[in-house]
Design a protein around this ligand. Structure first.
Ligand code: NAD
Length: 458
């Protein structure tokens, strides 16, 4: 663990020496990151394919290009975000000026999971660098090809005083967590989220926790079911269902269930005309442990579609289940290519079904009825929401992305990524030419005067 401490020391020194403090240095580091991605895009996409069987198209839109777009957005806004902001000053403090000054917090730690192993590590780094910090990256050991590409590339592009990488599993992460960072940004499951928070408390270190959960989807009867099915199947089976905001289960009224399932089957047949197994557009399950976990969800439910699998290739076909509230697939986050479809009596029952459960990371509803969608928006608490589509809300720089309650705390993307790693310092600068004696001791007889003065000032 000596190497980890050395990396931490170099980054602390880098922060003390303000190597990433000025506008020019932050811009240069963002441009370096952009270069790292574009010059090595093929290598990154190949590693994603090795770990997850991720198709080039999905790799580009959800990892490399996604990040380049985010960097470009930050570069465009950086000057504005960094500006100190003048705010008003109470008259009583006259003469004075007040400012809010954004400043970096220090050395930050970013820990990422395996499902979007490049994007989920680099996206917070964009915010950390834009905000003027130095950072240690801890990629997921569960996606080893991407982890080693990151460990190889980062030192080639960044000096040890700006960004460091520590590879490894639990022991290495725990050793990192013993160090006094100024912010920890963790993406992963809520069990580890709790460990992170406990460890961070020792150093009074603020945390951002990007967690998961069961994201519900309600499909109303008033719909173009084929369009709904296409959008839903795409969001569910993108990255082989291994997406934190993938629709986890569908609630649908009894009279619509059969038609919806037919539309879903048709959409899947269009996506994978020769079956998903040999399709270059369909990936694999990350490892055997997750494969076995997913297999267990098939118990106690009626398989409506799919269910084929080949453990030797970690292939698990897109699978639709007819399930109930008590099915095994409804006990925990699925995080794979299985979609339970549960019938409800009506919209109100669906709302109560969702509200009885922990707040999800995302919630979805499809309907042509605007009033129904408004009610869904008003009555369901979730990290984020997408109405009449799935997943795409998180591609917007103007929408903060994060969870609530069990699905996490803190949000990022766009300006929010800058804010997470920024301390907004309040500064008042007083003039020296007037000095009202009323505040100084002896106080005797001054209370009434100060009351009258404050009253007069409103
Ligand atoms: P994972 O197993 O890769 O773990 C995530 C990170 O935690 C890794 O870097 C790992 O080394 C570290 N870790 C694991 N155990 C640890 C321990 N005991 N102590 C300290 N560190 C430890 O990924 P995962 O947790 O399986 O990720 C899947 C979960 O992440 C799902 O619940 C998913 O919904 C959630 N997720 C959330 C988002 C989001 O943006 N909110 C994105 C992706 C995934």
């Amino acid at each position: 663990m000596e190497a980890t401490e050395k990396k931490y020391a170099a980054l602390t020194q880098g922060f003390v020496d303000r190597l990433n403090h000025s506008y020019d240095s932050r811009r240069d580091h963002l441009l370096t990151l952009r270069k790292l991605i574009l010059e090595n895009e093929n290598k990154i996409l190949e590693a994603l394919e090795e770990d997850l069987g991720k198709s080039r198209f999905e790799g580009v839109i959800s990892e490399t290009l996604f990040l380049v777009k985010e960097i470009d957005f930050s570069l465009k806004k950086l000057k504005k975000w960094m500006k100190k902001k003048r705010v008003s000053t109470p008259f009583l403090q006259f003469p004075a000026r007040s400012f809010i000054v954004p400043e970096p917090v220090g050395v930050v730690l970013i820990i990422s999971p395996w499902n979007y192993p490049f994007q989920l590590l680099i996206s917070p780094l964009i915010g950390a660098l834009a905000a003027g910090n130095t950072a240690i990256l801890k990629p997921s050991e569960v996606a080893p090809a991407v982890s080693s590409v990151i460990a190889e590339l980062v030192p080639k592009y960044f000096s040890e005083g700006i960004v460091g990488v520590v590879e490894g599993a639990i022991a290495e992460t725990q050793a990192l967590l013993d160090l006094p960072f100024q912010h920890i940004f963790y993406t992963g499951n809520s069990h580890v989220g709790r460990i992170i928070m406990e460890k961070a408390a020792k150093h009074l270190c603020p945390v951002t926790l990007e967690l998961g959960g069961k994201s519900p989807c309600f499909v109303d009867k008033d719909n173009d079911l084929q369009l709904v099915a296409r959008r839903l199947m795409w969001g569910k089976f993108f990255n082989t269902g291994q997406t934190c905001v993938a629709p986890d289960y569908v609630l649908v009224e009894e009279e619509t269930q059969a038609a919806l399932i037919e539309a879903m089957k048709k959409a899947l047949a269009e996506f994978f005309p020769f079956g998903a197994k040999d399709s270059p557009d369909y990936g694999k399950i990350i490892n055997e442990r997750h494969f076995n976990r997913l297999e267990s969800y098939l118990e106690e439910s009626e398989i409506e579609y799919g269910g084929e699998r080949d453990k030797s290739k970690l292939y698990f076909s897109p699978t639709l289940l007819k399930a109930t509230e008590s099915s095994k697939s409804m006990k925990e986050e699925i995080f794979g290519p299985i979609l339970p479809i549960i019938k409800v009596k009506n919209f109100d029952e669906a709302l109560s079904f969702i509200r009885r459960r922990p707040h999800p990371l995302a919630a979805y509803a499809f309907s042509r009825n605007g009033k129904l969608l408004n009610r869904f928006c008003d009555e369901v608490t979730a990290g984020g929401m997408c109405l009449n589509d799935s997943l795409v809300h998180l591609t917007s720089e103007t929408l903060p992305f994060g969870g609530v309650g069990e699905s996490g705390m803190g949000a990022y993307h766009g300006k929010k990524s800058f804010d997470i790693f920024t301390h907004y310092k309040s500064v008042m600068k007083r003039g020296l030419f007037i000095d009202l004696p009323v505040r100084y001791p002896p106080y005797k007889g001054k209370e009434n005067l100060i009351r009258r003065l404050l009253n007069w000032l409103g």
